[in-house]
Design a protein around this ligand. Sequence first.
Ligand code: GDP
Length: 530
Amino acid sequence: MSDFKDKVEKRRTFAIISHPDAGKTTLTEKFLLYGGAIQEAGMVKGKQRMRHAVSDWMEIEKQRGISVTSSVLQFNYQGYCINILDTPGHQDFSEDTYRTLMAADSAVMVIDASKGVEAQTRKLFKVCAMRHIPIFTFINKLDRDAKDPYELMEEIEAELGVETCAVNWPIGAGKQFKGVYERATKKVLTFEAVDGYKKEVTENVYHVDDEALKNVIDEDQYATLMDDVELLDGAGAQFDIEKIHEGKQSPVCFGSALTNFGVEPFLQHFLDFSMPPQPRMSDHGMIDPFSEDFSAFVFKIQANMNSRHRDRMAFMRITSGKFEKGMEVYHVQGGKKIKLNQSKQLMADDREEITEAYSGDVIGVFDPGIFSIGDTLTTSKEKFAFEGIPTFAPEHFASIRNKDTMKRKQFVKGISQIAQEGAIQIFTAIGGSFEDIVVGVVGVLQFEVLAYRLKNEYNVEIDNTPLPYQFIRWIDNKDIDLNSLNLSSDTRKVQDLRGNNLLLFSNQWGINWATERNKGLELSEFSKNA
Ligand code: GDP
């Protein structure tokens, strides 16, 4: 195999998703330890420090302890080059999670064993299932009291609509947690707490028939394990690698990230079952990740991530070929050639200048304000464009006003930039005036982030008045006279950042009115000009 093909073949790119506090950060950190990307475990003491060190940038994230943006980390393990795309844990940022999942080939889902699939995160998990990518489940915190493992598996099946297949099975939980049974090898990895569960545990391996195992786990637990094994082999879903690749079955592993128990086996299983970079659909057909022509699409734009680097970065997933620093590529949507300079990879709090990257990797490049989410870049002679990334219909609307009219310029700049990042959607009156802006969001926390960022990054304070709109419809008719539309009095005509016309409705009744009294009016729930 050529060196290039081998490098692509050995790449794995996954998004990690979880409800806040399930243990995503801890698990990520252990992965990085295996890869040698973080040298000492002691480096990561408290959660706050860890969050800051590895994946979170913004002050608001530190204050609230939630992850608002997603970041990218890379590590090497057993000859593989693994990219982890972090995602915000809160459902209010599920649109960001969706965009990140677009850049990933699979997802790792972390679940707290004592809580199961948490209500607040249902939406996130659904978003994950929507992409039909392989989902690898890690059920965490077995060193604490946990729900029944069968119940946990059932919950995942019910919530996600995918089959689950246990790759290993826990023996006890909490103070009685004795380890996991690996179904394929019939081996038991035993868990022995050190220093009241606070430190990493010692781990031994026994064959399930080994008499010595009975010195470690008591008779009752052994009997339960035998029953469980029989039940899983007889009644559980059969392991099916094709179903896993199609996102129809999720392999499930149990463990404890904090004590570093079951993390390496999970990583190993992940490498065994996951796929190298996958082809992507474009308007010229599927793009082969092993093609030597470089191509990539932008899935995230983020300004002012760090007060030390006040600039704007576009994150792109490489979909084919090799990236080299300073290379010239064609920006399809911009219609011109550009040089990719100042490309970065993010590691811990620092950004490392990178000189090369391959299909499957994610790079951040300096964005002078030319990129939009979904844009394609390529060196191919065929100037294809990847399918756009859909925007979610906003569910909450507010009228946003700038408190200090002297700061109009900063206000317009700030709110436009934040909207271009996809962190909010903004709608102006027809004609594009910024005097009376409607902001639409999927989750209300996005309003808080907006206010916070405008104040901290642009020194602008805003007033926020909630609006009663519930539905949004884009007008598909190109040359319609908006003034002639017959609409209910509570329907509002606005335009989006790209100049598309749309209508905001307070209720279904308003939509019916519009379609019944304006023959030929075509409305859609998504922007076709994304
Ligand atoms: P995140 O919000 O999903 O990133 O969760 P964190 O990784 O920050 O973990 C949340 C809390 O759970 C922290 O206090 C961790 O130390 C703790 N934690 C994580 N994994 C485990 C585990 O396996 N066992 C126990 N007992 N605690 C854990």
